[in-house]
Design a protein. Structure first.
Length: 268
């Protein structure tokens, strides 16, 4: 059962999200969804097409270098959806998007797909693709993320960079840089970035004093933003840990911050 404080803070969080432009949970069509719709209506009728026709149409558009088709084929071969799983082909399609469209205008549907392709490609460099002769390459992983995060402002890339600045074997520990990157993604409504920012602020790190009320505020933002997503459990676990040790004074200060907007405008 939620406490009275828990309910009041949840209300304050929702109000602050509206007042300061933080993204609430969204269920709008994603770039990948749009790619699927696009591919399945290539026959011009809007009717559902057969898998063979669907695949052939995608391959034809991919050969022309269209990011939507390249993205859909990449995700299909990555996940084995309608085709045999093939990490080599998936890597190739994402690499083609990154190579051909790295400087696409950082707005709109194609920009979303290109940014996500850089994140996907980076993940392949992180893990390695032995079948394609691609070894693990942390430097390339970081480079892919940095391009997606800086040029496109991609929230997922910014979130990952924020975490890398908490790891000695990542980008080196820098709590301040971690907080800045996480905050950038958090303002775009990335709920795990909100949760990790809250966790960092609540607990602090070596040479970085904790800011528990601010951290608790972000942890509650995260739970609200994560509602209805697969990330909710992770966000709630971090909030639960913080709540188990938060003092009444910290909880009251977090409520005040939610109402005043102090957290949203905080600098690191």
């Amino acid at each position: 059962m939620r406490t009275t404080w828990d309910k009041s803070l949840a209300c304050a969080v929702s109000g602050a999200m509206l007042a300061f432009g933080l993204a609430a949970p969204a269920y709008a069509q994603t770039a990948a969804d749009a790619a699927l719709d696009f591919a399945r209506t290539l026959d011009g009728t809007g009717a559902f097409v057969s898998n063979d026709t669907y695949l052939s149409a995608l391959e034809s558009d991919a050969a022309a270098g269209r990011p939507l088709a390249l993205w859909q084929l990449g995700t299909m071969y990555e996940n084995g959806e309608g085709v045999d799983k093939d990490p080599v082909k998936a890597f190739g399609y994402f690499a083609q998007i990154a190579n051909q469209h790295a400087d696409t205008a950082p707005r709109g549907l194609e920009a979303d797909i290109v940014a996500n392709s850089f994140v996907k490609l980076g993940e392949y460099f992180r893990m390695g693709v032995p079948e394609a002769g691609v070894s693990q390459n942390p430097a390339e992983y970081h480079r892919m993320l940095m391009h997606a995060a800086t040029y496109f402002g991609d929230a997922e890339a910014q979130y990952r960079i924020g975490l890398l600045y908490q790891q000695e074997d990542g980008l080196g520990q820098s709590p301040m840089l971690s907080a800045r990157w996480l905050q950038s993604a958090a303002h775009k409504g990335h709920c795990l970035a909100q949760a990790q920012l809250g966790n960092l602020l609540f607990n602090g790190m070596e040479s970085y004093p904790p800011r528990p009320a601010e951290g608790l505020m972000w942890l509650n933002f995260a739970r609200t933003t994560c509602l209805g997503t697969s990330d909710l459990a992770a966000a709630e676990e971090l909030l639960k840990r913080a709540m188990s040790v938060a003092t009444p004074e910290t909880r009251a200060a977090a409520v005040e911050m939610a109402n005043s907007g102090v957290v949203v405008s905080a600098e690191f």
